[in-house]
Ligand binder design. Structure first.
Ligand code: ADP
Ligand code: MG
Length: 392
């Protein structure tokens, strides 16, 4: 499958630009197993890269400009190097590339002109971070074309800055760091304070099943900004810079003194508890205890529903159905919430029946384009071998 996509990308490149690409790079989407709304509180999360990615074929040119097309979006973007850039509504998808170019140039990287063709099979806008995959793949394309080093953590930070400052989406570092630095076959315990990562094994005999509710996130920005503000209020009330350093006891004391409102207290309690659950989940994986991990995933979802208030009827329905099915060890929403995907841990032998029943039962009640993806843990971003396009 991967080889076939790469072959098509090369053929598409030749068709569009009239010559062969010099090289290709890739960066995966991600799913977070646990640790939600913790990243901007300098806490912990536990993502893994999924086996869907954005691939970019590249050929350098002598002119000081970058030309880009996507197999999944209309239009051609022409971006001049060395000039200030602005978003362009004619090719909004290319704003992610413009943002990456701007950030790299601000960081002093000397970029070279090139032709790019990108293709992705991370579903767009489902919460599996096709945007981070696009940014991180773009970083690899631009830096490799320029013959520059490609440091994984720096690439993640640059990609996050491109999304925050240029595209204008508020996001923590989770998505970009997972796409950039994940290891194959592992989940990554991520400390969002210093971007350090510890690989942990996935449970033998268990599979990760992602279910897209088909509900697109509305109102996310305002609700997301409000949750962030409530977390900041909690940190300020107990006198720390980030909730990572607050305890449940301190938060309760602040609420009892009237320094923190009840709503914000509940939000902050989720974050502190979620950090604990995430560390416990990594310990479960190290110990090979899939059942205990599943329970933590259930608890995480329930807290995101009750105290953090970022689930929705569709996410609650999808996780509820999943938990009722044989072989499901745990199920929770993943990503920012208000729609998007769930992630379930399922006993391998039960996966075919699980995915079929999950979709069938969800579709009975919801007229939405739901989808299910069974995924392994893929490697983080890197090169794609253009030669190796045989039928492997
Ligand atoms: P998510 O990151 O959850 O998939 P976002 O809204 O953050 O959702 O990012 C989706 C956007 O990323 C798309 O609307 C598009 O602009 C861009 N994008 C991602 N993959 C591609 C692709 N293969 N081709 C063109 N644009 C893409
Ligand atoms: Mg995104």
């Amino acid at each position: 499958m991967r080889h076939e996509r790469t072959r098509q990308l090369s053929a598409g490149f030749a068709e569009v630009y009239g010559r062969q690409p010099a090289f290709a790079v890739r960066a995966p989407g991600r799913v977070n197993l646990i640790g939600e709304h913790t990243d901007y509180n300098e806490g912990f999360c536990l993502p893994m890269a999924i086996d869907r990615d954005v691939q970019i074929a590249v050929a350098p040119v002598t002119a000081g400009r970058i030309r880009a097309r996507s197999c999944e979006a209309d239009g051609e973007a022409l971006i001049r190097l060395g000039e200030p850039l602005a978003p362009d509504a004619a090719t909004p998808w290319a704003d992610y590339l413009r943002g990456c170019i701007q950030v790299l140039q601000q960081a002093g990287e000397e970029l070279v002109g090139c032709d790019l063709l990108l293709t992705g099979d991370v579903p767009l806008g489902s919460g599996l971070s096709s945007s981070a995959a696009l940014e991180v793949a773009t970083m690899h394309a631009l830096l490799r074309a320029a013959g520059r080093p490609r440091p994984g953590t720096a690439i993640a930070r640059w990609a996050q800055r491109a999304e925050n400052d240029f595209v204008g989406t508020h996001c923590g570092i989770l998505d970009q760091l997972a796409s950039s630095c994940a290891e194959a076959g592992r989940a990554m315990l991520m400390d969002c304070r210093d971007c350090s990562l510890q690989p942990v094994p996935l449970p033998a005999g268990g599979r990760i099943v992602i279910a897209d509710t088909g509900k697109r996130r509305g109102l996310v920005d305002s609700a997301y900004n409000q949750r962030r503000a409530q977390c900041e209020a909690g940190a300020a009330a107990v006198g720390v810079a980030y909730l990572r350093d607050a305890t449940l006891h301190q938060l309760q004391a602040a609420a009892a003194d009237g320094r923190l409102d009840a709503d914000s207290l509940a939000r902050c309690q989720h974050v502190v508890a979620e950090n604990g659950r995430t560390l416990a989940a990594a310990a479960c994986l190290r110990a090979g205890d899939a059942a205990a991990l599943g329970q933590l995933m259930d608890q995480s979802h329930d807290d995101l529903r009750q105290r953090f208030g970022v689930t929705c009827a569709e996410l609650d329905a999808m996780t509820g159905i999943a938990r009722s099915l044989p072989g499901c060890l745990g199920s929770r929403m993943t990503g920012a919430g208000f729609g998007g995907c769930t992630v379930s841990l399922v006993v391998e032998s039960a996966v075919p029946a699980f995915t079929e029943s999950l979709l069938a039962r969800y579709n009975q009640d919801w007229d939405l384009p739901a989808a299910v993806y069974v995924t392994g843990a893929a490697a983080g971003a890197g090169d794609v071998d253009l030669e190796d396009t045989g039928d492997g």
